[in-house]
Design a protein around this ligand. Structure first.
Ligand code: PLP
Length: 451
């Protein structure tokens, strides 16, 4: 792969910036980073190139986004041509063709019955939108007292006040006051005692779904709007659902008239071998939030998939009345729609969802081969997701994980994701077996060095 940069701004992408002072970086130790930056300059296929010209293998699909690999020609062309054709068009009381075309395409690959799509610009906005759809749905049905939400410990649902509130990451919550009222949390399903080194789904823990019955009894079903879970959590450290767990949540929600929402921001678009984890697990939610792989990460976009029955509830008022008082200036942005359409075509043409299934056995053996490496206390895998759990250093949780991440990048030319002492892996679905070997070899060596 070589640097391809045409034009004034792309050329600036290839060199370290003159100053790094003004950009306040998100979710980053700014002072530490700016003292020793990791700057990606260009990307192609499975690889990044950094500003020093080193080729970096992408073990993270950027940030769980680039499922088809980087700078795919069809997507690049779609964005360029769309920018020159229709750069922007409002979608409030106005329209343009592409959001309609894209929503129909998405409905084709969606789980059965989720045939309506609300567009946002990110996963966080998709979560907020889903929360508002849930509230307004119950209100439209005369159950306006259903205002509470159930989330889960260790969950990540983005950074809006809604997503933060239903999320379960202490660091993301504690700085920001009381958050949304009326939210309770299920226990998480990570069990390093009973399930350590289990390939695929955990065998133990289905009983944790009964937490939902307990919280329903505590709050009364008639007050609860929706339950939000990630089928598989990513940012919170790759937590897998025990066998039968999601089915059980579905049954309990059905029994009590509570909406079940799957946050598929990282599991969507082939990561686990089907378009969505809902299909892989055979459990259909009422709402499904997505982003990231929707445009292969190329242009910001999110979407909420909405069950037909939920959507139908909104369509009963006077025909001239706005049914849902919600939306973003950039909902259904033409560039994002073009990028998404080209992305869906790329996934389909190269059968990348199926590829994630084909490679999963190889992936599992590779990940699980790290058993016995120093300080490795658990290995998890499902589809093309992997996690290496390291024992925290005494008094310094996260330090060992961060060192592995940093050294894998600087010394192993490998990009992975770190959260706490968990190394999370989610390569583009175009990965070749030899590149899988390289990922585990680099990580095995790095983990030994960091011991
Ligand atoms: N929900 C889940 C499950 C996520 O993993 C993420 C991002 O990692 C989000 C929501 C937030 O998405 P965004 O960063 O696009 O707002």
């Amino acid at each position: 792969s070589t640097h391809r940069a045409e034009g004034e701004y792309a050329r600036q992408s290839l060199q370290a910036p003159a100053s790094m002072e003004a950009f306040w970086m998100p979710f980053t130790a700014n002072r530490q980073f700016k003292a020793r930056p990791r700057l990606l300059a260009s990307a192609q296929g499975m690889y990044y190139r950094d500003v020093e010209g080193r080729q970096i293998l992408d073990g993270a699909a950027g940030l769980w986004c680039c499922n088809a690999g980087h700078a795919r020609e069809r997507i690049v062309g779609a964005i360029q041509q769309q920018a020159a054709t229709l750069d922007f068009a409002p979608t409030f009381q106005m329209g343009s063709p592409l959001p309609f075309v894209l929503a129909e395409r998405l409905a084709e690959i969606a789980p059965p019955g989720l045939q309506h799509v609300f567009f946002t610009n990110s996963g966080s906005e998709a979560v907020d939108s889903a929360m508002k759809i849930a509230l307004a749905y119950h209100r439209a049905r005369g159950e306006g007292q259903r205002t509470k939400f159930i989330g889960r410990e260790k969950a990540y649902h983005g950074v809006g006040f809604g997503g933060m509130s239903i999320g379960g990451l202490p660091n993301n919550r504690k700085w920001f006051g009381p958050l949304l009222a009326g939210v309770d949390h299920l226990r998480h399903t990570l069990d390093l005692q009973r399930n350590a080194f289990t390939p695929g789904l955990p065998k133990h823990g289905v009983e944790l779904a009964e937490d939902l019955e307990r919280l329903i009894a505590l709050h009364d079903a008639s007050t609860i709007a929706a339950v939000f879970v990630e089928p598989i959590s990513g940012s919170a450290g790759v937590v897998l659902p025990p066998e039968g767990y999601l089915q059980r949540l579905r049954e309990i929600c059905d029994r009590h008239g509570i909406l079940l929402v799957f946050d598929e921001v990282i599991t969507g678009f082939g990561r686990v071998g089907k378009a969505f984890a809902a299909q892989r697990f055979g459990v259909t939610p009422d709402l499904m939030t997505t982003a990231k792989g929707l445009t292969n990460g190329s242009v910001p976009m999110g979407a909420v998939f909405v069950a037909d029955a939920v959507h139908e509830t909104f369509m009963h008022g006077p025909p001239g009345a706005i049914e849902f008082f919600h939306g973003y200036t950039y909902s259904g942005h033409p560039l994002a729609c073009a990028a998404a359409l080209a992305t869906l075509d790329t996934y389909a043409e190269e059968q990348l969802f199926e590829r994630a299934i084909e490679l999963a056995g190889h992936w599992e053996r590779a990940i699980q081969s790290l058993k016995g490496a120093p300080n490795v206390i658990d290995l998890r895998n499902f589809g093309l997701i992997g996690a290496i759990e390291l024992a925290p250093r005494e008094g310094a949780p996260g330090a060992r994980g961060y060192e592995v991440f940093e050294r894998a990048f600087h010394e192993g030319d490998l990009l992975v994701r770190v959260t706490g002492d968990t190394i999370a892996l989610s390569p583009p679905l175009i990965i070749e077996p030899a590149q899988i070997e390289r990922i585990v070899n680099v990580l095995g060596e790095t983990i030994r060095k960091v011991e």
